[in-house]
Write a protein that binds this ligand. Structure first.
Ligand SMILES: Cc1cc2nc3c(=O)[nH]c(=O)nc-3n(C[C@H](O)[C@H](O)[C@H](O)COP(=O)(O)OP(=O)(O)OC[C@H]3O[C@@H](n4cnc5c(N)ncnc54)[C@H](O)[C@@H]3O)c2cc1C
Length: 432
């Protein structure tokens, strides 16, 4: 069993994403010992991941080493480990080769892609959830262009050059815009022998509009903007099946495509074997309004993994919910240690925003709607400010400026096949 260095209250936090980091930062000034555990030694700034997939940013620019974030928090230790099991009765967290005891546990392991049991989706669609996913999608897109150069059959070439995004939420919308700009900017200049009339970006959404949860006026603007940019937007088009060569829609439409990017849904990520925690059908852990798990006053769940309703609406799986919940769980733990009852969590919704290509954004902030250039500027400032790491901010700013002024994408690398995740290997094997 791993040893703690003092006899102070021990708080174990699983997951160094938005929720877990904010637990650690909030609780650090108090007299407790904290162990933050993550399967990666870095924190990923997921809101910019689509720009890695669209060859706009380096993967390293949106990640930051956890140890460096924790440097100024002496009572917070880090452990690089995947949590495999939790024993809530014995208050133990288990990894492959360690068992750690805790007084309080915070679970913040985020979410994983949800494929809704659609045939072929988990096998042939490329999820956009991790740094590796972002690099794999970038490589797949660039490899399709390279292959298309040598393809003599028009039908096969169009299939290679059709990029289908499933899911018209913020990630799908932002990625569609960024992908069109990659194609119409840098790739047009790189692939001079290709006919770009054969290149298609298709965005497929099951609901009747994009950006569910945004005001209707902004949803309509998003459709208009994407259509103007040349994206083939298919609304009310649930996917029936995905094969290595096509996406089949429920209405019988057949989209011939080699690349399907999946941004349609996520589910709670509780891979660790935990007996007794109540979970919803989508894998999220049901929490009380205090963020504790019923029957386990010493276990808190925050972020994408937590299922909590406010005014009968489920809280969205977004970063501000995770950070606010992380900070709240930390304060509640301190209250419990001090003998006070934990407080109820209330989400402070400051708004939402997306960007769709250069100079264009849609934002709803503090009840006000912004569109076009002002919303785009607000989006840039907010994301740059929230990105962790001064170096990252500088490099992201340089890449954005380079892209803006030269309409150029600096990171057009195809990472060798051996280093790609299994989905891409499988996908390619099916193609040959
Ligand atoms: C592509 C994309 C774009 C997004 N864009 C936005 C946006 O623009 N705005 C916004 O507000 N939100 C956005 N989100 C959602 C936002 O990123 C999430 O809501 C937020 O990251 C949730 O925080 P979290 O702490 O719950 O999980 P995460 O930030 O995902 O962190 C979970 C952590 O747990 C670790 N982990 C998982 N399992 C284990 C285990 N068994 N053992 C140890 N460690 C483990 C993971 O490695 C990870 O570091 C986006 C998400 C994605 C995928």
């Amino acid at each position: 069993m791993a040893r703690w260095v003092s006899d102070r209250t021990r708080v174990v936090v699983v997951g160094a994403g938005f929720g877990g980091l904010w637990v650690a930062r909030t609780i650090a000034p108090f007299s407790v010992d904290v162990l933050l555990m993550d399967q990666n030694n870095y924190h990923t700034f997921l809101p910019l991941l689509y720009q890695v997939a669209a060859a706009e940013l380096e993967a390293e620019e949106i990640a930051h080493p956890v140890r460096s974030i924790l440097r100024r928090l002496p009572n917070v230790q880090f452990a690089l480990a995947k949590v495999e099991a939790i024993d809530p009765m014995a208050k133990l967290v288990k990894t492959e080769n360690r068992t750690i005891s805790y007084d309080y546990l915070v679970l913040s392991t985020g979410s994983v892609p949800e494929f809704f049991k659609i045939p072929g989706a988990d096998k042939y669609a490329l999820p956009l959830k991790t740094l590796e996913d972002g690099i794999a999608i970038r490589s797949q897109i660039l490899a399709c262009f390279e292959k298309a150069v040598h393809e003599t059959d028009h039908r096969r070439r169009e299939q290679m050059l059709t990029f289908t995004i499933v899911g018209g939420g913020p990630t799908g919308v932002e990625f569609a815009g960024a992908l069109v700009e990659l194609i119409r900017g840098a790739l047009v200049r790189d692939f001079t022998t290709l006919d770009f009339q054969e290149v298609h970006v298709v965005l497929v959404e099951a609901l009747g509009n994009l950006l569910s949860g945004f005001p209707e006026r902004l949803q309509n603007r998003a459709v208009k903007r994407l259509v103007k940019m040349g994206v083939d937007v298919r609304l009310s088009s649930p996917v029936a099946e995905i094969t290595p060569e096509a996406v089949l829609l429920k209405d019988g439409t057949f989209i011939s495509t080699e690349t399907v990017v999946w941004t349609a849904g996520v589910r709670g990520n509780l891979e660790a074997d935990v007996a007794g925690l109540p979970t919803a059908r989508n894998g999220q852990v049901l929490v009380l309004p205090t963020l504790q798990v019923e029957g386990y006053p010493d276990i808190y769940v925050v972020g994408d993994l937590a299922r909590l309703e406010e005014d009968k609406d489920r809280l969205p799986m977004i970063a501000p919910v995770a950070t606010q919940q992380g900070a709240h769980a930390a304060r509640n733990i301190i209250r419990q240690i001090s003998g006070l009852p934990p407080k109820v969590f209330r989400y402070r919704d400051r708004g939402k925003m997306v960007t769709i290509g250069r100079n264009y954004g849609l934002a709803q902030l503090f009840g006000w709607s912004f569109t076009g250039f002002p919303a785009w500027v607000i989006w840039l400032v907010v994301h740059l400010y929230n990105l962790i790491g001064f170096r990252n901010r500088i490099f992201v700013l340089i890449d954005w400026a380079w892209d803006y002024f030269f309409i150029e994408r600096a990171i057009r690398l195809i990472i060798p096949r051996e280093r790609m995740p299994p989905q891409v290997h499988m996908h390619r094997r099916q193609m040959t």
